[in-house]
Design a protein. Structure first.
Length: 173
């Protein structure tokens, strides 16, 4: 009875080919390039774009017109109404994303909600107005999440409870 012997070594050809394919794939991968900002045409004199944005109970009405980048909120300068830098950045995000911060004037009326919800509702309104002005910028604004209306609101109080879910303190004795 003869026992069949296995070859002493396996052919490493397959491994070399796989390694060669991996090297080719890594070398050919495209370099990440920043997404091109859509071309936003200048707004003609006398023309303006209106939009409404919401967050929690805050509602913002925005009017975009051509200009030099002035932002007013409830007839006050932008810097006076939104005192902190964080809130100002939130409001300016859609304008920065499209690249029209210095070429558009923004007038807005805000009511309801807290100061942070007001900033986010203004961001939502500005993004919607930019879409009305230039529909090509929708993809970029959608990617950043500026067009999504945040549906989270405070839950209503239930009967027999102190708040929406907070029950009265229980005493065993």
């Amino acid at each position: 009875m003869t026992i069949a012997k296995k070859p002493a070594h396996k052919k490493p050809v397959v491994r070399k080919r796989v390694a060669a394919k991996l090297q080719i794939q890594t070398a050919v991968q495209p370099i990440a390039v920043e997404e091109a900002k859509p071309h936003v045409p200048k707004i003609a004199p006398g023309k303006h774009f209106h939009a409404v944005g919401r967050r929690k109970t805050a509602v913002t009405q925005v009017l975009l017109s051509g200009g030099n980048g002035t932002i007013t909120v409830n007839e006050l300068p932008f810097e006076k109404y939104f005192a902190t830098e964080d809130l100002r950045v939130i409001v300016q995000q859609p304008l920065n994303a499209v690249g029209i911060l210095k070429s558009i004037n923004v007038r807005s009326k805000i009511h309801g909600g807290g100061i942070h919800a007001q900033a986010e509702s203004m961001r939502h309104a500005i993004a919607r107005a930019i879409i009305a002005m230039n529909p090509e910028s929708r993809r970029l604004l959608k990617k950043h999440g500026f067009l999504t209306r945040d549906p989270r609101v405070k839950e209503r109080k239930k009967p027999g409870l102190k708040r929406a879910r907070r029950a009265p303190q229980f005493s065993k004795r």
